[in-house]
Each structure stands twice: as C-alpha cells, then as structure tokens.
Design a protein around this ligand. Structure first.
Ligand SMILES: NC(=O)c1ccc[n+]([C@@H]2O[C@H](COP(=O)([O-])OP(=O)(O)OC[C@H]3O[C@@H](n4cnc5c(N)ncnc54)[C@H](OP(=O)(O)O)[C@@H]3O)[C@@H](O)[C@H]2O)c1
Length: 266
C-alpha cells in the first residue's frame, strides 16, 4: 500500500511538472483539417493542447498521438451549445490552471441561395462560426486578463473580404467574425492580449472536398502560419499570400468583382 501511494504521488507530481511548465493552447475544430494540423504543430512546439470538436473518437486518436511526446486533453464539445462551451473552458482551467492561446478554428459551411436559407442553416452556421468563438472567448479571456498574457487567433476566411455567391451564410458569418475580431483586438491590446485573424483561401480539407479545378495547398500551410503568428503577432494574415491580390482587386474594383464572381452562381 505504501509503495502504491508513493508511485501514485510521484506520477501525479511528474504529470503536474510536465503540464505546468508548458504554455496551454485550446484549439477548436481539432478533429480534422486545419484544427488537427494546428494542434499537432503547436504540440510539437511544446504547447499542452486542449482539443475540442464533436467527434470524440477523432479527438482521442489525435490526443493519443500527441501524448507520444507531448501533452493533450480531448474535450468533446459542440460549439453550438453554450453549456458545453463553458464546460470546455472549466475543464481546461481545472486541468492546467491557465490558458495562453485560444485558436477559434471550428467552422461549418453550407451551400444555399442568399434568399432562402433555412432556420437550421442560419443557427448552425452562425452558432459554429460566430457565437461559438464569442462564447468560448468570453469564458477564457478573464483568465488571460488575470495573466496579462494571451493570444486569441480567429480562423476567418478570404470570404470575409470577398463574399462569394452560393454560400452567403458562410460569407456573412466570416464577415461577422472579422468585425468582432477587430473590436476585440482594439479592446484588449493594451492589456497584454493579442488578437489575430488568420484568413485562409482554399485549403485541401473535408470542407473543400469535391471542389475541382482550384489549386489548393494542404492544411500544414495554415498550421505554419499560426506558429509564425505566435512568434510575431499580427492583425491579420492571409494564407496563401496570393489571395491578398484578389482581396485588393475586389475592394478596388467592385464592378469587376461582381462580373467575375457573378459567374460562380451558376
Ligand atoms: N478549407 C478551406 O478552404 C478553408 C478556407 C477558409 C477558412 N476555413 C476555415 O477553417 C476552419 C477549419 O475548417 P477545415 O477546412 O479544417 O474543415 P473541416 O476539416 O471540415 O474541419 C471543421 C472542424 O470544425 C469542427 N466543427 C464543425 N462544427 C462544429 C460544432 N458544431 N462544434 C464543434 N466543432 C465543430 C469539425 O469537427 P466535428 O465535426 O468533429 O465537430 C472539424 O474539426 C473553419 O473555420 C473554416 O471556415 C477553411
């Protein structure tokens, strides 16, 4: 019994030492695509990562892989459910006592005409892409403010600058996320909290599966951009950088944007 107690206490002590010395990152949408790549890359850089998404099996598989050389906690969470979001924040703080980085990455997309979205589509797209990040940030930011240190990275999209036809809800949600991101950044910059928007163009993931004829890099380009942002915080990063030209042109020449993007409606 004495030996067993000794082993248990020593294991708990070692676990505490290995977890407490690491910065802590929460990554939503970590069950696939960009979120999984971001979580993996951050874990390789020494972050203890909290993995959130709905699919528990995928989260556990990634957590198991990361635990081979790092620290990971899987917390199945539906980002449309405020209670589950609060539980994610509580579990993170109970386990690690701090949070250094929040990557609001979970996102949903749907194709529909701008004039006839269903109520369910409206609730799902805005719930996941806008209200979820707002609620999770609300739950975790107080601890960052206490620490006077923290970085919130919101995964936006190029469509937050150029609204494409056929997925207006998604475009509207990413515009809303971008506006909220900018307000938040301006509110907390003087308190030691960084806020960055990472705006990907088309990237090869489940979300873009089935789209043909568009060259797409893999998710690692976004994960690498996150690591760069952590080293050198910036307001916004567009990845791949070539999409900056499209954003610039669409803002400068709206009639041209209408003519070119209008073709996509068919
Ligand atoms: N791929 C692109 O071309 C592209 C371009 C611009 C921006 N983005 C953005 O990048 C982010 C990641 O997307 P992705 O390309 O990696 O697509 P993905 O592979 O489909 O990943 C989406 C992630 O969001 C999670 N998610 C969806 N609904 C959720 C909910 N209600 N609660 C919790 N998690 C939820 C999914 O996990 P579960 O299903 O397990 O819940 C999944 O992990 C999104 O915000 C997306 O808008 C992607």
């Amino acid at each position: 019994m004495g030996t067993m107690n000794f082993i248990l206490h020593t294991s708990a002590f070692i676990l505490q030492q290995t977890t407490s010395s690491r910065p802590v990152a929460v990554v939503t949408g970590a069950s696939s695509g960009l979120g999984a790549a971001i979580a993996r890359s951050m874990a390789q850089q020494g972050y203890a990562v909290v993995l959130a998404a709905r699919r528990a099996e995928q989260l556990e598989a990634l957590a198991g892989e990361i635990r081979g050389g790092g620290v990971a906690l899987a917390v199945p969470t539906d980002m449309c459910d405020p209670t589950q979001i609060d539980a994610l924040a509580e579990q993170t703080l109970a386990q690690f006592g701090r949070v250094d980085v929040l990557v609001n990455n979970a996102g949903a997309n749907t194709r529909q005409r701008a004039y006839n979205p269903s109520d369910e589509q409206i609730a799902t797209i805005f719930g996941t892409n806008v209200y979820g990040p707002m609620r999770l940030t609300r739950a975790l930011l107080p601890r960052m403010l206490e620490q006077r240190r923290g970085h919130v990275i919101n995964i936006g999209s190029v469509v937050a600058h150029i609204a494409t036809p056929g997925n207006s809800l998604y475009a509207a949600s990413k515009h809303a996320l971008r506006a909220w991101n900018d307000s938040l950044r301006r509110e907390v910059a003087h308190k030691g909290i960084r806020v960055s928007l990472l705006s990907p163009g088309y990237i090869r993931t489940d979300m873009t599966m089935g789209m043909r004829g568009i060259p797409m890099p893999g998710p690692q380009v976004v994960a690498t951009a996150v690591l760069r942002l952590l080293r050198r915080p910036r307001r916004e990063v567009v990845v791949p950088g070539v999409y900056r030209v499209a954003i610039w042109a669409a803002n400068l020449l709206p009639p041209l944007a209408d003519a070119l993007l209008g073709r996509m409606r068919r």
